[in-house]
Ligand binder design. Structure first.
Ligand SMILES: O=C(O)C(=O)[C@H](O)CO
Ligand SMILES: [Mg+2]
Length: 271
């Protein structure tokens, strides 16, 4: 039976961030993910998780910045990671170490590392070596800390010039980095927009054991997975048949209220 985690950055936005934990738990979620913890003291977030019987299953390393305040502000300033960006290695490394520290407090096993926006005039291909080198260093740190780092192909309509867009490119990076501590975050919304053939890709990649997290949303609106051009009930059954034991993050923007839109989950609730 697929297990769903609420994404508190996109869901429950009717509520202030810290109140979203209680709302997700009231709706029967036992796990959450969200973009970033850096605007908060991680102990405050841990208290919310514990108070509501939730586990944190994923968050992102900082998109850029040196120091917690700069890391917390970087996303709104347009930063989308530094793993593949020349001249940003100090921020990359500081970000990974900060994320590992927060993961310890939050007892979170997975951290998504964003690779960045390809600078104007630069060829994507030319950044691969640097990205591999940075990810090798980061995967080693993650291994020591008992965490798994993830990379996620993201579509270019939502994130123009983002470095990593295709599933095969993510798996090529895994080949090059060659670490058990680096895996793929397979977001089916992005996968459908960039390359399609989603069921075939699930059949190809889930059995490899190299996918450590799945995320879902309708395409193209990025809303509940009961609408749009992807037939999610088929895909959820397939994911189940493929023996997936991991989490599926609900990374969607509810069409008309988070709770009102949760009907799609009914067939997948335990008991
Ligand atoms: O945008 C997504 O799909 C994500 O999962 C990232 O965490 C943020 O870009
Ligand atoms: Mg995603």
């Amino acid at each position: 039976m697929p297990q769903f985690a609420a994404n508190l950055s996109l869901m429950y936005t009717e509520l202030p961030f810290l109140d979203r934990f209680a709302a997700a738990a009231e709706d029967g979620f036992t796990a959450v993910e969200y973009l970033f913890p850096y605007a908060w003291d991680a102990r405050t977030l841990r208290a919310r998780l514990q108070a509501h019987g939730l586990q944190q299953v994923l968050f992102n390393a900082p998109p850029a910045g040196l120091g917690r305040a700069a890391m917390a502000a970087a996303w709104d300033q347009g930063e989308r990671g530094t793993a593949a960006l020349p001249g940003r290695q100090a921020e990359f490394r500081a970000g990974v170490l900060q994320a590992l520290e927060d993961a310890e407090v939050l007892d979170c096993p997975r951290i998504h590392v964003l690779s960045g926006i390809v600078p104007p005039g630069v060829e994507r291909e030319s950044l691969k070596g640097l990205c591999v080198e940075n990810l090798q260093w980061a995967a080693e740190q993650a291994g020591r800390a008992g965490r798994t780092l993830l990379i996620e192909p993201i579509n270019l309509r939502d994130m123009p010039r983002y470095f990593l867009n295709r599933q095969d490119h993510a798996h090529e990076l895994l080949d090059a980095v060659d670490s058990p501590h680096l895996k793929v975050q397979m977001d089916l919304y992005h996968c459908q927009i960039v390359e399609g053939d989603v069921a075939t890709k699930l059949r190809r990649y889930l059995p490899t054991g190299r996918v450590a997290h799945i995320q879902v949303a309708s395409v193209p609106e990025r809303q509940e997975p009961d609408r749009g051009e992807l037939h999610y009930s088929y895909l959820f059954e397939l994911i189940d048949q493929l023996g997936w034991q991991g989490w599926i993050g609900c990374e969607y923007r509810p069409a008309a209220g988070t709770r009102a839109g949760l009907g799609w989950r009914a067939p997948w609730l335990p008991g």
